[in-house]
Ligand binder design. Structure first.
Ligand code: NDP
Length: 327
């Protein structure tokens, strides 16, 4: 039996992707085989497919850092045939075939069972971006940031992490302020739950090391001067969850927010997050997320559209989440 896959190759100068037919002998070792329903396109997929960052470490490789589907065969304890599962990151699209295929074989250690009421499609409407947004929310909660503490800023608001963070935080009762470069999308951001929308240019240029206290907390997927300014504007004992680098990977800040305001900068990594943290994040997504709002952030494409979307996401042109129907 053959299956369809998007395969990445590298001629030494650039990465190319082609739709190909593979069979089971092309799969990599693993104790669980999955009939894949959906994958997605994250910013990291954009970097992998375009070669902007050296994400793919061996070629040829099926990219796609996320996948969801149904277990076809398993020798992994606790994972049974018929289970609906999701995989985010680990070695996917780095050293192991990823989600842009109708079939996957991987280690059961990398899988989380999808909690009800989420479907395999919901799981990819969330994907790494949505699960990372939840990790950020958990970091705010762990830092004691409750809705009564004040406004929460979400940067990169139209992006995948940003859109899901707005939905989650507003549904949990926080007053969310969305920072975006696409002010024309303010109505969309308000529909998701933003109480206010600000222009990202107010944050993206070099600013003062410490300034007026505006935010009880923040979810930042942008980095660089934006993150430095957010830290400078965060209230006493506030928490900033930093997960991204859409503006840049630098952090031109000072220690003043930490030593004068006791601000916490919480780092967020989704790739190697321990399994217990993943399970908590996915069960909170299943419990807290308004699935109708999630659907509003999501569009569905086929495998052939992935390379284009990968380019667009790096240009900041993709809104919300893109689900890839691999079948
Ligand atoms: P998206 O491309 O969907 O979202 C990024 C958003 O950032 C854009 O939509 C845009 O929002 C904003 N943006 C883009 N370019 C700039 C810029 N030059 N300056 C300021 N803002 C900009 O990506 P994702 O949501 O999938 O990922 C967001 C970031 O988080 C990425 O850097 C990604 O690598 C990182 N990430 C990290 C993870 C981790 O484990 N730490 C996991 C997942 C993602 P708008 O148009 O509204 O301004």
């Amino acid at each position: 039996m053959t299956f369809k896959a998007l395969l990445a190759t590298n001629d030494g100068e650039k990465i190319s992707t082609n739709l190909v037919e593979l069979d089971d002998t092309d799969l990599m070792p693993g104790d669980v085989t999955i009939a894949v329903d959906y994958s997605t396109v994250n910013y990291k997929d954009g970097m992998a497919l375009t070669g902007r960052a050296e994400i793919i470490q061996k070629f040829p490789l099926i990219p796609g850092v996320d996948l969801s589907g149904t277990v076809e065969a398993s020798s992994y304890p606790g994972i049974e045939v018929g289970d609906r599962v999701v995989a985010n990151s680990w070695g996917l699209s780095q050293t192991h075939h990823g989600g842009y295929a109708q079939k996957a074989r991987l280690s059961g250690d990398w899988l989380v069972k999808i909690p009800e009421p989420l479907s395999t499609r919901d799981a990819m409407a969330l994907g790494t971006a949505g699960y990372t947004a939840m990790l950020c929310v958990l970091a705010l909660e762990q830092g004691g940031i409750t809705p009564d503490r004040g406004d929460i800023l979400v940067t990169g608001a139209n992006g995948g992490v940003g859109s899901v963070a707005i939905v989650l935080l507003s549904d949990l009762g926080y007053r969310v302020v969305a920072s975006t470069g696409r002010l024309e999308e303010a109505d969309y951001l308000r529909e998701l739950g933003a109480a206010d929308v600000i222009d990202r240019r107010t944050l993206s240029e070099p600013g003062k090391p410490i300034t007026g206290e505006r935010w009880a907390g923040a979810v930042d997927s942008v980095g660089s001067h934006t993150l430095a300014n957010v830290l400078a504007q965060t209230q006493y004992r506030g928490v900033v969850a930093a997960c991204g680098l859409a503006q840049g990977l630098d952090l031109p800040a000072t220690v003043l927010p930490f030593i004068l305001r006791n601000v916490t900068l919480a780092g967020i990594d989704s790739v190697n997050a321990p399994q217990a943290v993943r399970i908590e994040a996915w069960s909170r997504l299943a419990r807290d997320l308004d699935l109708e709002k999630l659907a509003r952030t999501t569009k569905v494409v086929g495998l052939a559209a992935v390379p284009d979307i990968a380019r667009q996401i790096l240009e900041g042109k993709v809104q919300g989440r893109t689900v890839v129907d691999v079948n």
